[in-house]
Design a protein around this ligand. Sequence first.
Ligand SMILES: Cc1cc2nc3c(=O)[nH]c(=O)nc-3n(C[C@H](O)[C@H](O)[C@H](O)COP(=O)(O)O)c2cc1C
Length: 399
Amino acid sequence: MSPSIPDTASRRVEFISLSHLNPSTELEPVASRGIDLPYFRRYVRTLEEAGYDYTLLPYGSGSADSFVVASAVGQLTERIRPIVAVRPNTAFPLVVAQQLATLDQLTEGRAVVHLISGGNDAEQARQGDYLPKAKRYARTSEFVDLLRRAWTEEQAFSHAGEFYRFDDFGPGFRPYGDTIPISIGGQSDEAFEIGGRQADVFSFWGEPLADIRAQIERVHAIADAAGRPRPRIWVTFRPIVDRTDELAWRKAYEYAEQIGRTFERAAYGKQYLVGKGTPQNVGSQRALEFAARSEVYDRALWTRTAAVTNAGGASTALVGTPETVAAAIVDYIDVGADLVSIRGYDTLADAREYGRTVLPLVRQELAHREATGQRGSLQAEHPGAFAPGFDADALAGVR
Ligand SMILES: Cc1cc2nc3c(=O)[nH]c(=O)nc-3n(C[C@H](O)[C@H](O)[C@H](O)COP(=O)(O)O)c2cc1C
């Protein structure tokens, strides 16, 4: 690997992790779907102390309400920024603008919103949304415009669009700062169009490097053509780490079996269940295609965890020592990722462990680059699956 840093490499990188409300995990599901307040409090404070920058509060028709949880995160922490997952079908855009501005004021400028257009027709119908997906994305586009206008217009305004109509609104309740970052989730063509033209952040689940590189170029090209700043790029992984690569691969195989059993029994209360058939959302379809092609990609990407969960939600893993996983994250930073979301399968313990090891290793490499203009040694010294003759099965002791 050449010591020079690629032009595509991000210089400023921040970390995200999803917040869990109770101790239930895919490894050890607990029947309750409620909030265990002492656990949740410990979880978000752990994320803050471990050095994460943001925490995602996901949304599903049967989940806790992401806004109320985000507000609690704001009050339980000082620094970490809550990312509220919002489905535009659930509330009128001006009301969401008001809720977000309120959250932003209550957290002195920490609010972020992640817009989910809805990846599954049956799940959307549970809350009365019967629009087909392409229309749902068109609605998201109008929604984004209205959020921004509600936050910035100095005078009252009226609107008559395809999905929303109102008269004489404003000026609305203002965010703490100038605006609130808007992230778009989804991999459909429509998601790219809207994300490239309107989003501040565009998000992915973990894909092989070559595929993510192509996807990032696609978002950038759309933003460039629209004459807009390029959205920041968010990539999500589920790392599985241990003291040696060998121990990590053993753990990974054990985890995949346990997780597979959990999903077979459908005992895990997933927020946006894709079920057993072919998922309707493109992100999950892509994850399953990668899994069908190969289990291991690049330095540490592993797809069996996606295969055994039908890729319902973020499910692609990075496997290895903290150094190997940190080096793999830097590979993604090299192709343009600048928001890295990591959440383990042993959720709370892993959040703490990544904070102790993975985050500082990535930050150390970036600090080295900043100071010297050259790559550090992390990627060269921890090749993971790039090593000649690498064989995950043999390492895990199953061959
Ligand atoms: C980082 C990330 C987080 C996501 N969080 C949620 C969520 O909280 N709730 C949800 O229903 N979908 C969530 N999704 C899923 C997609 O945004 C969703 O399936 C999309 O609306 C439609 O998918 P498609 O465009 O890939 O077909 C998330 C996706 C990504 C990449």
